[in-house]
Design a protein around this ligand. Structure first.
Ligand SMILES: [Zn+2]
Length: 445
């Protein structure tokens, strides 16, 4: 496995800190609204990262937080005239529904910031006692000038940053780029802390949750590339101050989703929410995986529908193979090995192990589908159909592409054989009637 590391700007061989275990943290959403299709990309991609490691035999601890304290939450709650808690509960539920809709697992640790206030306060105390943070009138700020290599993740130099961002200054800060660890507040949800009644800063929430849930440096920290600065830079700065390490060995960032059609872009207010995706969500998942994760993903209705149609074809072949095998009660047999299929399987795994190169992996997957389509047209090719089907099934499960198929009942099988008999006896009327029923059940395409 090789992974591109934003910190080193290099693709590096992956070596987990503990043998056989991968610890991953991905920044989760701020829960004040539905997620849009741009937010869907990390939800899908990092789920595929987890699945790939699991396939490779690692035990994966995957944590992704829910930011349920934020200025945006306070503002939105006011607008909607609900409590902050009601608002965040609603959008946490909505988020988890969307994650499931996109075919990603929700069965990971998803800590809420409000459940980690004590460890967050303890973490800020450590930043203060290590001399990297200071209190100013009830607020706590991180002193970026104290950290020699502040800016290494985003590759920004302190001097050039300060010049461009004078607007970040306020009276309490020593440097314009000093960021908030604790904010004294009068408004919205607040908690008692040694400095004031207030709430934590976003950058501290994540690093403190990582410290609290993993207790050490992690293998992979992930998120969208828009989080590199300031969010991830500042998370890392605090880990350097408190624990003298870079928080994660590998920092992974997915590229943006860009909406090609001007009319649909965010600036015009026409956000596309995941909940409103009205095509097969697996087609949408395939669409996001069709582009290498670090590259921008260009969204248009045409681009999406190409993948939705592609997914329909994949699904059809997969289902046909499943039923063809189940009809002869051959699905649970152990497949034989065929070099032409093994090589595609290996190419698929190689592509996934090469910094999760999903477009190359898809090429190998399509080649397996092509073999399946050929073999499905032949008589008595069930052994090779089984081998190709099992391989395709593995590829689907690594990519999180799901097709729900029910095993055939005795009735289904009888009907299928009756249809075959009717065709053989040239009783086309009966054959047509049975074909229709079998198609309805999804057994025939
Ligand atoms: Zn974060």
């Amino acid at each position: 496995m090789r992974i591109y590391n934003t910190l080193s700007r290099q693709t590096e061989p992956f070596k987990s800190i503990h043998p056989g275990i991968v610890n991953i943290y991905v920044c989760g959403p701020t829960v004040y609204n539905f997620i849009h299709i741009g937010n869907a990309r990390p939800v899908i991609f990092f789920d595929v990262v987890r699945r790939t490691f699991e396939y490779l035999g690692y035990s994966v601890k995957f944590v992704s937080n829910l930011t349920d304290i934020d200025d945006k939450i306070i503002t939105r709650a006011k607008e909607l005239e609900v409590s902050e808690q009601e608002l965040t509960q609603t959008f946490i539920r909505a988020f988890l529904n969307d994650v499931e809709k996109l075919g990603s697992s929700t069965k990971y640790d998803s800590p809420k910031v409000t459940d980690h206030i004590d460890p967050i306060i303890r973490y800020i105390e450590k930043c203060v006692s290590s001399g990297f943070a200071y209190e100013a009138d009830g607020d706590v700020y991180f002193d970026v000038s104290k950290l020699k290599d502040y800016g290494i993740l985003s590759q920004r130099h302190l001097s050039e940053q300060t010049q461009g961002e004078k607007s970040l200054n306020n009276d309490k800060k020593k440097n314009p780029l000093d960021f908030t660890l604790w904010k004294k507040t009068e408004e919205g949800i607040k908690f008692k802390a040694p400095w004031s009644e207030g709430r934590p800063g976003w950058h501290t929430e994540c690093v403190a949750i990582i410290e609290d849930t993993f207790g050490e440096k992690i293998d992979i920290h992930g998120g969208g590339s828009d989080l590199i600065f300031p969010h991830h830079e500042n998370e890392m700065a605090q880990a350097q101050a408190v624990s003298n390490h870079h928080l994660a060995n590998i920092w992974m960032h997915n590229g943006h989703l860009q909406i090609e059609d001007e009319k649909m872009s965010k600036s015009s207010g026409n956000m596309i929410f995941v909940k409103d995706i009205d095509v097969d969500p697996m087609g949408f998942r395939l669409f996001t995986l069709g582009t290498y994760y670090r590259a921008p993903l260009m969204y248009s209705e045409d681009a999406l529908s190409t993948y939705v149609n592609e997914w329909d074809r994949l699904k059809r072949t997969y289902s046909q193979a499943f039923y063809a095998l189940d009809l002869i009660e051959y699905l649970d047999e152990k497949p034989k090995t065929y070099p032409e299929i093994e090589i595609l399987h290996d190419q698929f795994i190689d592509a996934m192990s090469d910094d999760f190169n999903t477009p190359n992996a898809l090429t190998s997957m399509y080649a397996v589908v092509k073999i399946l389509n050929q073999k499905l047209r032949e008589d008595d090719a069930f052994e090779m159909i089984l081998a190709a089907y099992k391989n395709l099934d593995t590829m689907f499960s690594i990519l999180g592409l799901k097709v729900s198929l029910k095993r055939l009942t005795k009735d289904d099988r009888n009907m299928y054989h009756a249809w075959k008999d009717a065709r053989k006896n040239k009783d086309y009327e009966t054959a047509d009637r049975l074909r229709e029923k079998l198609t309805e059940r999804g057994i025939l395409a």
